[in-house]
Design a protein around this ligand. Structure first.
Ligand SMILES: *[C@@H]1O[C@H](CO)[C@@H](O)[C@H](O)[C@H]1NC(C)=O
Ligand SMILES: *[C@@H]1O[C@H](CO)[C@@H](O)[C@H](O)[C@H]1NC(C)=O
Ligand SMILES: *[C@@H]1O[C@H](CO)[C@@H](O)[C@H](O)[C@H]1NC(C)=O
Ligand SMILES: CC(=O)N[C@H]1CO[C@H](CO)[C@@H](O)[C@@H]1O
Length: 329
């Protein structure tokens, strides 16, 4: 009897200490995977106690109607009520369950998989859970470096940009065989295609090879630009020539302005001239004008032929007057 009591005590004591130490643990930090990859969402029971006889339930804890991701119960997977979006993409390693490992393998990760997951483990006498935060990354386009001319101190301005990243990536400028250079300006925008980044930097001639690197976790895309001393020499030449060019340019501008002004004046004169000609032609076409001319000619003939030229002139004036009177409306 004593022995039995002792055994009962030991068993209950052991059970008590066990339920204290049954603890479900998740990953140390957030879990990250790129869209399209497979991922393992870690979840296990401390001390490696088998969970084969237990119930293991994985579900989304951040959605209002908590979606069932995977269910293991009565020694098998029971996924009739599994959320449609996880169909055929989840797997619990049954051998690992013996070692208290209830990690879930999720295949071909989608962007919509990002969120918080709960791993809930339940036995007849005990239950516990852990939450796993999962982030789905997208690698964007390779960075593009644009040469944006020189600033007034002769530094070459460079711009590096890339789009389509998720979450926000890190951009850095690195000199080959040297250290990092800090960006002068940095812009980040977010739209439906993810994050786009744009950084600028101004570099001196001594930096020959500059890399623009964009990192997302342990993924990286980079572009290299190699500058030649010719570029910088070109700038120095143009820096010296610049004042001369400005003066010459100004002078040329004045000349062109004068020319244009003259040209316009000329055009106006020509138009006026044409208008006068046109008006004259119109007048000539009316009947009375030829009369004037005829009479005048006659008068002139008379003036040269006439013996008394004074009389003739008087007559001429007189005739002219008469004719002009006729033309008046
Ligand atoms: C859950 O519901 C609340 C209000 O009922 C809403 O504000 C929230 O956006 C919802 N969350 C999701 C993930 O649907
Ligand atoms: C699925 O859901 C229905 C209704 O909630 C429930 O009766 C059934 O037991 C569930 N199936 C499993 C395998 O859990
Ligand atoms: C748990 O199982 C998964 C496979 O489902 C494996 O990748 C992982 O390494 C296991 N974890 C431990 C701690 O053994
Ligand atoms: C054509 C014409 O008008 N001729 C005149 C020239 O002058 C004489 C008088 O000097 C006139 O008689 C003519 O009629």
């Amino acid at each position: 009897m004593k022995l039995i009591c002792l055994t009962v005590l030991i068993i209950s004591g052991a059970t008590y200490s066990r339920s204290e130490q049954y603890e479900v643990v998740g990953p140390a930090g957030t879990v990250f995977a790129l869209a399209g990859e497979d991922v393992i969402l870690p979840c296990s029971v401390k001390l490696g106690i088998s969970v084969v006889d237990m119930r293991v339930e994985w579900f989304r804890s951040d959605l209002n109607d908590s979606e069932l991701v995977h269910l293991y119960e009565d020694h098998d997977d029971r996924n009739t009520n599994q959320s449609q979006s996880y169909r055929g993409r989840t797997k619990l390693n049954h051998e690992e369950l013996q070692r208290g490992n209830a990690s879930l393998k999720l295949s071909s990760v989608q962007i919509s998989d990002e969120g918080r997951y709960k791993c809930f483990i339940q036995s007849k006498s005990w239950s516990g859970d852990t939450t796993v935060t999962f982030i789905v990354g997208v690698v964007g386009r390779p960075p593009v470096i644009t040469v944006d001319g020189f600033d007034y101190t002769g530094r070459l301005r460079l711009q590096c940009e890339s789009e389509g990243w998720y979450p926000e990536p890190d951009l850095e400028w690195v000199v080959t065989g040297g250290g990092r250079l800090s960006s002068e300006t940095a812009e980040t925008h977010r739209n439906e295609n993810g994050f786009s980044v744009k950084h600028t930097i101004s570099i001196y001639e001594m930096y020959r090879k500059i890399h623009c690197r964009i990192r997302l976790k342990n993924h990286m895309l980079e572009t290299l630009i190699i500058t030649t001393s010719n570029m910088f020499q070109l700038w120095r030449k143009s820096a010296i020539q610049f004042p001369v060019i400005v003066v010459l340019g100004g002078f040329t501008a004045v000349l062109i302005a004068v020319f244009i002004h003259k040209y316009r004046e000329n055009r106006q004169l020509q138009t006026e001239n044409r208008r006068i000609h046109h008006e004259r032609d119109e007048l000539l076409q009316s009947q009375k004008i030829p009369k004037v001319i005829t009479h005048l000619e006659t008068d002139m003939v008379n003036a040269t032929l006439g013996e008394d030229s004074n009389a003739c002139l008087i007559q001429t004036r007189h005739k002219k007057e008469v004719i002009y009177d006729e033309t008046e409306p």
